[in-house]
Ligand binder design. Structure first.
Ligand code: ADP
Length: 304
């Protein structure tokens, strides 16, 4: 059996329902969203684990129950008695969603503070998946510890997949963000950036510049998402190509578009499909996810 470890922060999601005083509660977060869709897209010959840190309170228990109910492995979820999970609240106004976060002191910020737990989680795994958000929430010391753990994992033959997911608000300043993102790319076999973010924060003028930059930083392969536009990618030999994606008739909510694309893409490649087939699978899954409200859409898998 193969095993993937997704590393990052899952938060509680409170959203207005349209009925005054009534909220709905869920769980989401970039790396969790990808783990969720990987679990739904891969067969039972793959185990999908989530590596994070939570508290020991009732709300943290609910998150653990949620992960377990989804079939996501929780053996590497660290439980810290003096912390709890981060939360965000979605306000609905005229159909537009806006977000308020309480995550500055979340347990997940400590997910990499015990290197022996990182090593144990990665031991025997085939793939590790992480993001720029995972890196952003950590202390400098823990960023180095996680990069080191992933570098050793890659050295043993593990595949490291990284979505830069640039969120300048989580970093002290954009320059610091750029520096760490490139250090992360250097230990990652595959980078899955989104062009709009990369153009904004790195000044790339087209997706091939994004690809060349991440290759120059040490990534082996790069696949660049670009909303409704073509996906650009490299093969192992560094050749750059593009692949058109099917139009989505009705875009309802683009939350988790990139996260679900990544899951569909990886699930297809792990099932032996070509890079073009994997891009089509990623786009198919993302298309279903953005056609419905919320980050986690239970009906969506990359299977046709
Ligand atoms: P992110 O959510 O990380 O910003 P993108 O917006 O680039 O990522 O979208 C990721 C993927 O989701 C795209 O490659 C595409 O497959 C799909 N997607 C996003 N927006 C659209 C759209 N308007 N029409 C069709 N597909 C889309």
């Amino acid at each position: 059996m193969g095993r993937i470890v997704s590393i990052g922060e899952c938060m509680g999601e409170l959203s207005e329902t349209g009925t005054p005083g009534a909220l709905s509660m869920g769980f989401a977060g970039d790396t969790l969203n990808t783990a969720y869709y990987l679990r739904r897209s891969l067969g039972t010959d793959w185990q999908v684990d989530y590596l994070t840190a939570i508290g020991t309170d009732g709300l943290s228990d609910r998150m653990l129950d949620f992960l377990a109910a989804e079939g996501i492995g929780t053996d590497h979820v660290r439980c810290l008695s003096d912390k709890t999970i981060g939360l965000y609240y979605i306000t609905l106004k005229d159909g537009e969603r806006s977000f308020t976060y309480w995550r500055n002191d979340s347990a997940a910020k400590r997910l990499a503070s015990d290197p022996s737990l990182l090593a144990r989680a990665l031991d025997g795994a085939d793939m590790a998946y992480w993001s720029g958000i995972t890196l952003a929430i950590l202390s400098n010391q823990d960023r180095l510890a996680l990069i080191e753990a992933l570098s050793q994992f890659a050295g043993r033959g593990g595949t490291v997949v990284f979505d830069p997911n640039l969120r300048p608000r989580l970093w002290d300043n954009p320059e610091t963000m750029r520096g760490w993102i490139h250090r992360a790319a250097a230990v990652s076999d595959l980078c899955l950036p989104s062009f709009e973010d990369e153009a904004t924060w790195f000044g790339d003028t087209d997706p091939s510049e994004t690809i060349k930059r991440y290759l120059a930083e040490g990534s082996q392969r790069v696949v660049v998402k670009n909303g409704a536009a073509d996906v650009s990618f490299t093969d192992g030999a560094g050749q750059i190509s593009t692949c058109a994606i099917p139009p989505v008739e009705r875009v309802v909510d683009t939350t988790a578009a990139g996260d679900s694309f990544n899951a569909g893409f990886l699930a297809a490649e792990l099932s032996g499909e070509s890079v073009r087939e994997a891009i089509a699978a990623g786009a198919r899954l993302a298309g279903k996810v953005i056609g419905a409200k919320g980050a986690l859409v239970p009906e969506a898998t990359s299977r046709a």
